[in-house]
Design a protein around this ligand. Sequence first.
Ligand code: UDP
Length: 240
Amino acid sequence: MTKLRYKKVLLKVSGEVLMGETAFGIDMPTVEAVAEDIKQVVEAGVELSLVIGGGNIFRGMAGAAKGMERASADYMGMLATVMNALAMQDALERIGVQTRVQSAIPMPTVCEPLIRRRAQRHLEKGRVVIFAAGTGNPFFTTDSGAALRAAEMQSDALFKGTSVDGVYTADPKKDKTATRYDRLTYHDVLAKDLKVMDASAISLMRENKIPIVVFSIRERGNLLKVLHGQGVHTVITEDS
Ligand code: UDP
């Protein structure tokens, strides 16, 4: 196979991916399948950090829509990401991948607190670091959390694993004429208001010159392919 394009990667997996074909929660066979893909790239020598969303369990906006105070609902959303992180840790360790979970909301009985330099050390030792609880702040999303960790861990790229194989001109599930971009600029994404990640996440990646790679994590083996610059995906950088 060709050379790896990126050595140090932060992978964001949305909570919805972990539902698999179910309507809610954690589908363990799906988590195990994603874990196998992660094992492949770790064995290929990639230093991998993970941020997992919580949308499969709870979203702050949904709680707020039902009358809850937004901040409380967001904290529940962050706790949901911790559950997903523990499920992923379990699946990875069962197949021999060493991991550490670090939570932005300290809960020392369950996992490590977020300590950047310690996380760096884990990566150097070949462990996968799973960052839980997003940014630790309400009114943010795990996309912003992923961008923040990608920047502070000095990642070579931010990989966004979704159920769609890249960025499209419109939502391909609703619009059959939508076409996929191979390459985009940060500016295009912001100016065209393309639904890739929050504007704050895109801006942070732009300031730090970290490419964003959007690909389908539902397709087995795709993560490794995309890391080699193959497979279907969209790359977002400063120049298209
Ligand atoms: N959340 C938050 N601050 C963060 C990250 C997440 O308040 O820094 C909350 C927010 O309520 C969000 C929920 O956690 O709706 C789950 O995260 P997200 O919706 O980003 O998950 P995904 O869409 O990736 O599954």
